[in-house]
Design a protein around this ligand. Structure first.
Ligand code: NDP
Ligand code: CA
Length: 323
């Protein structure tokens, strides 16, 4: 028998469960789902049984995770089954989807791959309409890199309130800290120009569109790119810090895996939000070490080496923002 999917509690960082009848909070999911070609071909997760990586079963575990929480906005990395799986299934469930492949996806080096991996962004059509999409290729010191981002400006169907959502997957591996930092700088600059409604590029103006940035940053909180995001003029805060008792500490891990080179347990994934305009009402807690299990991830009961992040976010009520 396969072990059950870990049960995770929704934690309310401001105390009790909120009740917004008129303006319900927006549920955001951030998840690096593990590209099928990489999981089978390059990652060498030596403690993961090979049949736990079989796509015909693993895809249902990924969909089960998504459908259990039914996010309004879903940000994914390492998607190499967009056109044949996620796009049609999510469309049938009422989502609008966008996909942006990496220019030179490492999946293409794997035999019998399913095409390049990339980022995907889905939103629930009943809640939002699409105003604008930017497909970005991130640069570092003016040079284009192999990393991309999607940025969409949405409008709430009920209130007309605008919201900007972004998804990215920064360069992996140690030794690339400076490249990640430069990619972050480029990304922040582009986000600034997209969210500043007056088109000014210099600083976040009071009229800036509320912003949520989801990603696998491949960077621990000690890295330069993390510092750039937490101290940028956009006023971003990292949602998962609110799980900690001091509200200042990131979770101990968002990915946990065992390769021939050893075990890695690290915090690489984040949901950033503009804290002057948005507030986090709820967060899905991180599975315990016991729930992760002795062979770590992925496993029979959890389909990716990265843990999904999920939070409920609402607009802060500011009279000048109401329409
Ligand atoms: P990254 O270094 O960003 O990593 C790509 C993927 O590898 C990520 O999804 C990452 O997962 C995963 N990964 C991280 N650490 C390991 C590890 N130790 N073992 C296995 N996988 C790991 O890749 P780039 O975007 O810079 O792409 C580099 C690749 O692209 C090259 O390896 C080459 O295959 C290909 N390429 C091909 C070119 C061509 O001409 N065909 C040109 C340029 C690149 P996570 O984010 O979860 O850590
Ligand atoms: Ca990976």
């Amino acid at each position: 028998r396969r072990p059950a999917r870990p049960h995770r509690d929704l934690v309310f960082p401001n105390g009790a469960a909120p009740c917004h009848k008129h303006d319900p909070s927006i549920r955001i999911m951030q998840w690096n789902i593990l590209a099928q070609a990489l999981g089978e071909g390059k990652d060498e997760f030596i403690r993961c049984p090979v049949d736990a990586l079989n796509w015909e079963e693993r895809k249902y575990l990924i969909l089960e995770e998504i459908l259990t929480y039914r996010p309004d906005i879903l940000c994914l990395q390492e998607v190499d089954h967009y056109y044949d799986t996620f796009q049609p299934i999510m469309a049938s469930l009422g989502y609008h989807g966008t996909f942006l492949a990496k220019p030179w996806s490492p999946c293409l080096d794997v035999e019998r791959n399913n095409g390049p991996d990339g980022c995907a962004l889905f939103f629930r059509r009943s809640r939002f309409s699409l105003q604008a999409t930017a497909h970005l290729r991130l640069s570092a010191m003016m040079l284009p890199t192999n990393q991309v981002a999607i940025v969409q400006t949405l409008s709430c169907q009920a209130t007309g309130q605008q919201l900007c959502v972004a998804v990215t997957h920064l360069k992996a591996r140690s030794g690339w800290e400076r490249l990640r930092s430069a990619q972050g700088a480029d990304f922040l600059q582009k986000l600034q120009s997209i969210t500043s409604q007056d088109g000014s590029h210099c600083k976040a103006s009071p009229g800036s569109i509320p912003l949520i940035v989801c990603g696998d940053f491949n960077a621990e909180p000690t890295e330069d790119v993390y510092r750039r995001f937490s101290s940028s003029p956009l006023g971003l805060n990292s949602a998962y810090k609110l799980l900690s008792s001091d509200r200042q500490t990131e979770p101990a891990y968002t990915t946990w895996k065992i390769r021939p080179s050893g075990e890695t347990c690290s915090t690489l994934d984040y949901i950033w939000y503009t804290s002057d305009t948005l507030s986090v009402e709820g967060l899905l807690d991180i599975p315990t070490e016991e729930q992760v299990g002795p062979d770590r991830l992925p496993s029979y009961h959890y389909p990716s080496d990265h843990i999904s992040l999920l939070c409920d976010i609402s607009f802060r009520e500011e009279p000048h923002r109401l329409m």
